[in-house]
Design a protein around this ligand. Structure first.
Ligand code: PGA
Length: 255
């Protein structure tokens, strides 16, 4: 079946106004396959600038803006936090949630992540829900248990029907920013597990769910990863900071 594919750029705490402008002009002449959407997730201060620059440049319609986090409260005394209405006001459609850096550095639990997923959906934002195992967990053959424990709280919180607006990114923690990519076979086997896990609850939802791979994807390995049956694009960190490399990755995705 032809699922939609997504290539999402996770700039993390990197980038600049100069990168916003160069990325917008590069993406303006990117060649995308049918059914492919590109989502750029810069840091909060650059969201409005990206929105404006892409509107001015009349950026291709398959482009969307994403945030890297949100606060689960609607508004109030939460110094330093960002609400869904603020994100929506500056043109954001997607939000990365449950990234391993937020889980490990900022102690976000799977239940908080599930709550944030619900907050995003309630506001009309599409969550890119990240899940993934550590190296120790992979070695101890606990990958599937870990992924199930990260997914189940989200299913319990939002109900399976709302997964029509969710994108899942499988990101093995040991592959993030390390240059160590999961082999296409290993990534495919894990994606297949994730799809089957969802299918046990609702087959129709599982068949349509975009599953992105993330972890040291670059212009050289993207083609082979994206060719796998259950890999529907990628979540790209380091390689999304170089407009020309990111463009190659976008063009390699197939819906
Ligand atoms: P990486 O990051 O591509 O630099 O490994 C991916 C991510 O953390 O989303």
């Amino acid at each position: 079946m032809n699922r939609r594919a997504i290539v999402a750029a996770n700039w993390k705490m990197n980038g600049s106004l100069a990168l916003v402008n160069s990325m917008v002009s590069e993406l303006n002449n990117v060649t995308l396959n049918e059914n492919v959407e590109v989502v750029v997730c810069p840091s909060f201060p650059y969201l409005a600038a990206f929105s404006l620059a892409s509107a001015n440049a009349n950026l291709v319609k398959a482009f969307s803006l994403g945030a890297q986090n949100l606060n689960e409260h609607a508004k109030g005394a939460f110094t330093g936090e960002i609400s869904t209405s603020m994100l929506k006001e500056v043109g954001v459609n997607y939000v990365i949630l449950g990234h391993s850096e937020r889980r490990s550095i900022y102690n976000e639990s799977s239940s908080l992540v599930a709550h944030k997923v619900k907050t995003a959906l309630d506001a009309g934002l599409k969550p890119i829900l990240c899940i993934g195992e550590s190296e120790d967990e992979r070695v101890a053959e606990q990958t599937e248990t870990v992924l199930a424990a990260q997914l189940q709280p989200v299913i319990d919180e939002i109900g399976i029907e709302r997964f029509t607006d969710v994108v899942i990114a499988y990101e093995p923690v040991w592959a993030i920013g390390t240059g160590k990519t999961a082999s296409p076979e290993m990534a495919q086997a894990t994606h297949q597990f994730i799809r089957k896990f969802i299918a046990k609850v609702d087959e129709n939802i599982a068949v349509k769910l975009p599953l992105l791979y993330g972890g040291s994807v670059n212009a050289t390995n993207c083609e082979e990863l994206f060719a796998q049956a259950d890999i529907d694009g990628g979540l790209i960190g380091g390689a999304s900071l170089k407009a020309d490399e990111f463009k190659i990755i976008c063009s390699a995705a197939k819906g």
